[in-house]
Design a protein around this ligand. Structure first.
Ligand SMILES: NC(=O)c1ccc[n+]([C@@H]2O[C@H](COP(=O)([O-])OP(=O)(O)OC[C@H]3O[C@@H](n4cnc5c(N)ncnc54)[C@H](OP(=O)(O)O)[C@@H]3O)[C@@H](O)[C@H]2O)c1
Length: 301
């Protein structure tokens, strides 16, 4: 099977490439060589490669910056997925895409299910929601993985930000009234790889659709930050603070350009039931990802 993978330098794209490349012929394309704003080029590349499957983790993901540049954000998060859906439908191949908790307003008092009413409150959330809707409309053979609070050891994300802050600051404040499920890019890649292996069964039994996928359990950003600092201390990383040095603050006390949902929890029952998937707790997953820092160091020496 030939897979065209976009955004191969992103958190999820990179993890997917690592996981899928030993098993399939993966064309791992980065922003540089597959630009989602250039439809003519994208079409040429897809026609050259002739993939059996397209996986699109590339997206505009700077949530605050998105408020200032809606035109570019909608081009990348709505028009490009719309094109990929039309093109993959035309080639009669499936499309795997990624969605976000930001399509919800966060007012539900339970975890969101796949078909709950979307009500995005930010440019990023609106653009991603339009992307989801256009894929559902234009290629019935889609898998949309909706996830939240993605982190990895690569790039700029909550884990790397907290580690960098803890290296130089004795204390800091983190929002405690938004809840969600921290989810590692590795976990997403592991599960998507299982789904790719089952693509024939998915076709045969028409298991296409939207699937929530996060690590299990729930946390506030404050809980997540404390766990990162706790693990960093256990791993004897050089940091300047302890979990007790992190102060909880309210969303209203933290100035951010974009709206963030207070409740980002996604109900994982559907993916567990249909694909028999088990999600490790976010705490165990975080420990296992952070153990990678020490392993990387040992390999470097
Ligand atoms: N991060 C989260 O917390 C989170 C939460 C829920 C859902 N999601 C969704 O999960 C998916 C993967 O997210 P992620 O965390 O892996 O994002 P990421 O690390 O920000 O990676 C996104 C990738 O997209 C690329 N990209 C940006 N503009 C592009 C363009 N015009 N053409 C081609 N590539 C472009 C970026 O390349 P450059 O860096 O070179 O620009 C980057 O490699 C996305 O669909 C995102 O919306 C993420």
């Amino acid at each position: 099977m030939k897979i065209l993978l976009t955004g191969a330098n992103g958190q999820v794209g990179h993890s997917l490439n690592q996981k899928l490349s030993p098993l399939f012929k993966v064309f791992a394309l980065t922003h540089e060589n597959f630009d989602l704003t250039n439809v003519i080029e994208m079409e040429k590349i897809i026609d050259d490669i002739k993939p059996n499957l397209i996986i699109n983790p590339a997206a505009y993901t700077f949530v605050d910056q998105a408020e200032k540049d809606p035109e570019l954000v909608f081009k990348i998060n709505f028009k490009a997925p719309e094109f990929l859906a039309l093109k993959s439908k035309n080639l009669n191949i499936p499309l795997i895409h990624f969605s976000t908790d930001y399509i919800f307003d966060g007012l539900k008092n339970k975890a969101y299910c796949e078909d709950d009413q979307a009500n995005p409150k930010s440019i990023y959330g609106k653009s991603k929601h339009d992307g989801d809707v256009s894929i559902v409309k234009n290629n019935p053979n889609h898998i949309i993985i909706r996830t939240s609070w993605v982190y990895s050891l690569k790039g700029k994300n909550f884990l790397t930000t907290i580690l960098n802050m803890a290296k130089v600051q004795n204390s800091f404040s983190i929002v405690s009234d938004q809840i969600g499920a921290p989810t590692s890019a590795t976990h997403i890649a592991n599960i998507v790889c299982e789904i790719v292996k089952k693509i024939d069964e998915i076709k045969k039994n028409n298991l296409y659709g939207v699937y929530n996928l996060t690590n299990s359990g729930k946390a506030s950003w404050y809980d997540f930050a404390k766990a990162i600092v706790n693990n960093a201390n256990e791993l004897q990383l050089k940091i300047k603070c302890m979990p007790k040095d992190i102060n909880p603050i309210k969303t209203d006390d933290f100035s951010a350009l974009a709206f963030r949902p207070k409740n980002s929890l996604l109900n994982n029952q559907k993916i567990m039931r249909i694909f028999g998937i088990k999600s490790p707790s976010w705490q165990n997953e975080l420990k296992s990802v952070m153990n990678g820092i020490v392993l990387d160091r040992k390999n470097d020496n």
